[in-house]
Design a protein around this ligand. Structure first.
Ligand SMILES: Nc1ncnc2c1ncn2[C@@H]1O[C@H](COP(=O)(O)OP(=O)(O)OP(=O)(O)O)[C@@H](O)[C@H]1O
Ligand SMILES: [Mg+2]
Length: 326
């Protein structure tokens, strides 16, 4: 059975009258990956700093690798944590190689490991240039390489994808997958739920310091209560009970479990039918808005069906030609 690397129970953090986080329960297992999603000021960085022991909770308990990160016994545990801060800042007059070498010494790593990490994040050619000349994405890559030093058992990454180009973003999630296979737990924060699909196994949505949702993407979709819409194109005629949204185009809402039965029951005059599932950004917005039932929304995730003629009198039309647009 995998072990809990990070455990928060009833955690709150206040700065004077300002409540930054409250009532947070969160656990992360060995090899697990959690995406912490929330708007500006939601409490993401505060939670990460609580896990690092940079902040002390006002209430509740924080355990990282079995230790209280603010306690004296946490020194060993802290060496096994990799951290990428949200505003990564390095000395501008040091080169990339000097910078990673400096952090390698702090983490008691051989210099060769630093060089290998620079290569892994695509900075080998820029290694001899001063960090002050690096682009935003290059600084972010250097920060990521720094966080990977010391073979961490827990990786805490605060908005790690900021400034990364799409190609490196893919490589970044690939490196995280390799780390996870070796048992490292990963927690990363982001403003965009959509970029985390397929890359994390759980999403925690926080808003005004409170946890609003915690689960995989399918759970979040279900919790958002958004109902897919069906859009049918018709050369002529009407579809009773459907709303006409353009000449020859009709839409209706349909709960996910009923879609197939709904499609099979369609008259064959409905030439093609698209299923419009809510996009993840809409799921996120709906979770932030709070629970509502049967919301029908947005066309960003679609599956297209063509309805074939009935095989014989009295039979329902068949379904053919499925294209997925995700
Ligand atoms: N040292 C501090 N003193 C006072 N208030 C603070 C302090 N640090 C954070 N806060 C407040 O706590 C709340 C949560 O801030 P936090 O930085 O955790 O948000 P965040 O989710 O990381 O936001 P962002 O997406 O902008 O990085 C905010 O209202 C912020 O102003
Ligand atoms: Mg932050």
């Amino acid at each position: 059975m995998s072990l809990a690397t990070i455990e928060l129970a009833g955690v709150a953090k206040r700065f004077g009258a300002q409540v930054a986080v409250q009532g947070i329960d969160l656990s992360l297992q060995e090899g697990g990956c959690v995406g912490l999603v929330g708007h500006n000021g939601a409490g993401k960085s505060t939670l990460i700093k609580l896990m690092l022991g940079l902040l002390r909770p006002s209430a509740g308990t924080v355990r990282v690798l079995g230790e209280d990160p603010t306690g004296g016994a946490s020194v060993r545990a802290r060496r096994e944590i990799g951290y990428l801060p949200d505003n990564v800042a390095f000395h501008p007059s040091m080169t990339g190689a000097e910078t990673i070498g400096f952090y390698a010494r702090l983490k008691r790593e051989a210099p060769a490991r630093g060089r290998a990490l620079l290569q892994q994040v695509g900075l080998d050619e820029a290694a001899r240039r001063r960090v002050g000349t690096y682009s935003k994405g290059m600084r972010q890559r250097l920060g990521f390489a720094q966080a990977l030093l010391g073979h961490p058992r827990a990786l805490l990454l605060d908005e790690p994808t900021t400034g990364l180009d799409p190609e490196f973003r893919l490589r970044f999630f690939g490196i995280l997958a390799d780390m996870r296979r070796a048992g490292t737990s990963v927690l990363l924060s982001s403003h965009a739920l959509a970029e985390l699909e397929g890359a994390v196994d759980r999403i925690v949505v926080i808003d005004h310091g409170r946890k609003l949702a915690d689960g995989d993407i399918a759970t979040l979709r279900a919790e958002a209560g958004l109902v897919p819409r069906l859009r049918a194109s018709l050369a002529n005629g009407q579809l009773p009970g459907w709303q006409q949204v353009a000449p020859g185009v009709f839409e209706t809402s349909c709960p996910e479990p009923d879609i197939l039965a709904f499609l099979k029951a369609l008259p064959d005059k409905a030439g093609s039918v698209e299923i419009l599932r809510p996009a993840l950004d809409e799921v996120y917005a709906a979770i932030l808005q709070g629970p509502q039932q049967n919301r029908g929304l947005g066309p960003s995730c679609a599956a297209r069906f063509r309805v074939t003629a009935p095989a014989g009198p009295g039979e329902s039309p068949g379904l053919r030609c499925r294209e997925l647009h995700l």
